[in-house]
Design a protein around this ligand. Structure first.
Ligand code: G6P
Length: 471
């Protein structure tokens, strides 16, 4: 197997300092899990930002660097200005909302592009400094879209793959970006460009045509004498591991403690992000209670919201909007014994999440737009009892795979409320059949298969390209 150089904005680690000692642990996120095997087997490196370690005293900083080196992680440190302009400003202030079709969140200014370009150059320089002949380079996500093109200039015969973890928007939306040409040219530096779904791939191909005048031949693009392959690789989760955890007696016992007799649980788990559709979800629950007085006191939405990107302007006012709605709905429908919305703003560990998934009657995954949404897959993998109903937004990438979920348009509040009623009254036989079908899909298409299929396509593509240029 070729040596693998993984490149992502964040390294997949959590750095903690306890009693003066530095601990570096691998994060549990999808990317970290999926790459664990290939990273270990290939003996390669992972390059990315380790988080803000600028306040660590020198000896602890040295200990951190040594730990990272042991794990074969290469840190790229960002200055506070780079965090503010490259990460918060351009990546999460401009690209994130635009790629999720939320144009009203895109600021008018142009100040952060230059920083995005420079940090992408820093990443490309670092990768080039570690690159050896024969390596496979895999670059991840919207923060690093210029890296493939920059690397191609530095190392013309490098083997480069890129995967986009968020949606690629329609060409009509993409071409709003003043930097549309540079971004597309950056991506075209890769040998293989991967997306979660075929429709993202088609949007990308149509952007190429509109912006650069380059026509794709189904899944291939010819540019500057090279062939770039396009592919849909729907990302999965570590379904077997989560299934084992969720089916364990400890998790089962914890899930029991969440249930209350005579009460049904609706569950939402999201990063606090305006793309996740949380306010409209709350309004749909309110509409349900308004229409169905018999459900009052018998249904509770447990909403876990995990803090995220708290320095980005659009995220700051958003938290109080959610809190205000929760307060209003609880004020109207709470009784002395129950509240309809049980809202928690913090992180939960994997075991607690598994117990919540097991305890839920209905899981609500209703983003306004989402590249894939792995929470939907985690819920399914956790339901070793073949029970529970998944209500899923048709605007999440996962909807193109999970046909046995109840699909909803998250903008249609009345429609979501009606679907919630359907989910709560679904006969057990139908619940079981749907969940068994969902489980089969999620267990078969897991994150390990995802990583393998991307990497084998990349090897195949780069061999074909080098064969062609030699011949
Ligand atoms: C999304 C993106 C990832 C990102 C994650 C967390 O899933 O696709 O690239 O790492 O959100 O966001 P953060 O800004 O905290 O890295």
């Amino acid at each position: 197997m070729a040596r693998l150089l993984l490149v992502s904005n964040r390294l997949p680690v959590t750095v903690k300092v306890e009693h003066g000692e530095v601990h570096v642990t691998r994060s549990a996120g999808g990317l970290a899990t999926g790459m664990k095997g290939p990273h270990e087997r290939s003996g390669g490196l992972w390059l990315g930002y380790p988080g803000d370690v600028s306040r660590l005293p020198p000896e602890q900083r040295a200990a951190l660097e040594a730990r990272l080196e042991d794990l074969r992680y290469v840190p790229l440190h960002l200055s506070p200005g780079e965090v503010s302009r490259f990460y918060e400003g351009f990546s999460n202030g401009v690209l994130w909302p635009l790629f999720h079709y939320l144009l009203d969140q895109v600021p008018i200014g142009e100040r952060d592009w230059e920083s995005y370009r420079r940090v992408n150059e820093r990443f490309a320089d670092l990768v080039a400094a570690h690159h050896r002949e024969g390596d496979l380079i895999w670059v991840h996500d919207y923060q690093l879209m210029l890296v493939p093109g920059l690397l191609r200039k530095k190392i013309p015969n490098a083997r480069i793959g890129f995967f986009l973890h968020i949606p690629f928007p329609s060409a009509e939306v993409f071409r709003i970006l003043p930097w549309r040409t540079q971004l597309l040219e950056g991506l075209l530096g890769a040998d293989l460009l991967g997306f979660h779904t075929l429709s993202y791939l088609r949007h990308f191909a149509s952007s190429l045509l509109h912006v650069l005048g380059i026509e794709a031949n189904v899944d291939r693009v010819f540019t500057e004498g090279r062939e770039v392959r396009l592919g849909a690789f729907p990302m999965g989760i570590d379904a077997a591991a989560l299934s084992t955890l969720a089916g364990s007696p400890e998790v089962d016992a914890e899930a029991q403690t969440f249930r209350q007799p005579g009460q049904r649980i609706l569950l939402g788990i999201d990063r606090l992000d305006y793309t996740k559709g949380i306010p409209r979800r709350l309004l749909a629950v309110e509409r349900l209670l308004e229409r169905e007085p018999s459900l009052r006191g018998k249904v509770r939405l447990v909403q876990v919201t995990v803090p995220s990107r708290t320095n980005v302007e659009a995220y700051q006012g958003f938290r109080s909007r959610v809190d205000e709605l929760v307060g209003r709905i609880n004020g109207a429908y709470a009784t002395v014994h129950s509240v309809p919305i049980h809202s928690m703003y913090r992180s939960f560990n994997e075991r607690q999440l598994a117990a919540l998934y097991r305890a839920a009657d209905v899981m609500l995954v209703t983003p306004l737009r989402d590249g894939m949404n792995l929470v939907a897959k985690e819920f399914v993998a956790s339901r070793t009892d073949d029970d529970g109903v998944l209500v899923l937004s048709e605007f999440a990438g996962a909807a193109s795979e999970l046909a046995d979920a109840l699909l909803v348009n998250p903008y249609d509040i009345g429609g979501v409320a009606a679907t919630l009623k359907r989910a709560l009254t679904m006969p057990q036989g139908e619940r079981r059949q749907r969940m068994q079908n969902l489980r089969q899909r999620v267990l078969e298409n897991d994150v390990h298969g995802w990583a393998q299929s991307f990497l084998s396509t990349l090897e195949e593509q780069s061999e074909a390209s080098s064969g062609r240029s030699l011949g």
